[in-house]
Ligand binder design. Structure first.
Ligand SMILES: Cc1cc2nc3c(=O)[nH]c(=O)nc-3n(C[C@H](O)[C@H](O)[C@H](O)COP(=O)(O)OP(=O)(O)OC[C@H]3O[C@@H](n4cnc5c(N)ncnc54)[C@H](O)[C@@H]3O)c2cc1C
Length: 449
């Protein structure tokens, strides 16, 4: 029987290796560390946690808790090791990171069907393969992926602008309009925050002096502009504070240009404008257009409240920029995690656009099972979208490319229900129970125990 090659001995790759080996498949697991480091990992251990030691909530009516139960039901090795290495953390699952990694390393190294090879992969191997090289995929492999997938289908950075709640915007100062009145709605598509000359320069000075999140070596290109996320939005994007530093008027001629806008309160064109674009159907959230930033969260709160109309803004998601290699999964992957373009080629982990430790483990689990099923010529599993893992796979493969951002497990990606609930807790319990029941039904139907 053909063997399976897995690139990356991180969270997704290790889980995938275990699942495939558990169903009798010979696995070669390639990990470049300790020979070659990523810049964030510190050791040569398999499944090293790069940052926090927490896998998030274990509460059964939270999305993170439900995902854990699904992954447990599917027989995850990494979740079992996390539970074995757990340390007290209230309602979260936190681990002793060294203990967690060494347990997994021991399990994989001693499995007769798993061969761990310490080598950087720079060319895609022939045959059945899972790419699980993570958000810090080595530059040589990234280059190979660009030549395989096309330049527009691999992103290297996340650039996220802050989102504010609509109800916290002061509409006595801000006004609705599109440039040159090119609106699709009667009331104006954008909310505009108008600056006078004095307000603008005070704001620019605060931006330039604001405290930034310090960049690691592998994030340094952010300072000179990076290609991040969907090319329509983020081609060559720079943090707003770096743009401000390049010249006092750079923003007034860039994302804050006032051209085509008249402030109804003054009847004049403002000196500069921050535009806010609607971010959800309900119109309760607005995105700060062109304001990707690397300021610390507390500085974002302080400085962005200097924007006229945002004096009391509630930031519901802070801006961020960081290295994150991920593919355009909506164009490239099926919900089975197999590539459209090549049978037997699977992707797993953060490189698919699934965020968070547990989501990465879960996607590795499904890719490992499916790669093994592919080799054994069995139909691949496509989990129901009412399960959290199924919904994550569906989200990354069906999202509109224009809006595609890496995402973690949340109830918002599950199909809605017409049932009425007394409160949020009751709704969450219903979604949680439905996920687990439908997972059980599905596994029963396909005969996967
Ligand atoms: C700096 C940083 C901090 C993060 N912090 C958190 C956090 O606190 N909580 C959270 O939930 N998520 C966090 N994430 C997101 C994500 O959950 C983790 O990165 C997670 O480890 C991803 O799992 P993975 O298996 O996809 O990749 P990884 O766990 O990174 O595994 C990929 C492996 O592939 C190896 N590799 C790369 N290229 C090659 C190659 N060419 N050949 C062979 N091997 C290769 C790497 O050495 C690595 O071991 C963070 C991400 C980053 C970048």
């Amino acid at each position: 029987m053909e063997n399976l090659k897995i690139i990356g001995g991180g969270l997704a790759g290790c889980e995938a290796a275990w699942q495939a080996a558990a169903s009798g498949i010979d696995v070669e697991l390639y990990e470049m560390r300790p020979e070659k480091q990523t810049g964030a990992h510190q050791t040569g251990g398999l499944a090293e946690l790069v940052c926090s030691n927490s896998f998030g909530t274990i509460l059964p009516d939270r999305a993170g808790g439900v995902l854990k139960q699904e992954v447990k039901r599917l027989g995850s090795l990494l979740l079992a090791c996390a539970e074995a290495a757990a340390i007290p953390a209230g309602s979260a699952l936190a681990v002793d990171r060294a203990g967690f990694s060494s347990l997994i390393t021991k399990h994989l190294m001693s499995h007769p069907l798993i061969h761990v090879v310490r080598q950087e992969i720079t060319r895609l191997p022939e045959g059945v393969c899972i790419i699980a090289s993570g958000p810090l995929t080595s530059p040589a492999l990234s280059k190979e992926l660009v030549s395989l997938l096309g330049e527009d289908y691999l992103f290297f950075f996340d650039a996220i602008a802050p989102i504010v709640s609509a109800e916290s915007i002061n509409m006595e100062i801000a006004f609705k309009a599109s440039r040159f009145n090119r609106d699709t709605s009667d009331t104006g598509d954008y909310i505009n925050c108008p600056f006078t000359k004095g307000q603008y320069y005070d704001f620019i000075n605060a931006l330039c002096d604001g405290q930034r999140i310090s960049l690691k070596d592998f994030e340094k290109p952010i300072n000179s502009g990076v290609k991040a996320g969907d090319p329509n939005f983020f081609e060559g994007c720079l943090p707003v504070e770096i743009l401000a530093q390049r010249g006092q008027d750079a923003l007034a001629f860039g994302p804050m240009r006032p051209i085509g806008l008249i402030d109804p309160n003054t009847g004049k064109r403002p000196f500069a404008v921050l535009q806010l674009r609607q971010d959800n159907f309900a119109g309760s959230l607005y995105n700060m257009v062109g304001f990707q930033t690397n300021l610390t969260f507390s500085e974002q709160k302080r400085i962005f409240r200097m924007i006229p109309g945002l004096e009391n803004a509630q930031i519901v998601r802070y801006g961020q920029m960081h290295r994150n290699t991920y593919i355009a999964a909506p164009k490239l992957l099926k919900p089975t995690l197999e590539a459209h373009s090549r049978q037997g080629l699977f992707f797993a982990g953060q490189i698919t656009g699934i965020e968070g430790y547990m989501g990465n483990i879960a996607s590795g689990l499904l890719a490992g099972i499916n790669a093994a099923r592919y080799i054994k010529k069995q139909p691949l599993l496509e989990l129901p979208s009412s399960t959290l893992l199924g919904a994550l796979c569906r989200y990354i493969t069906h999202a509109a490319m224009k809006d595609f951002q890496p995402t973690k497990a949340n109830f918002g990606i599950l199909p809605d229900t017409t049932r009425l609930f007394k409160n949020k807790k009751e709704r969450a319990s219903f979604l949680a129970e439905r996920s687990l029941a439908e997972l059980e039904d599905y596994l029963d139907k396909v005969g996967h125990l």
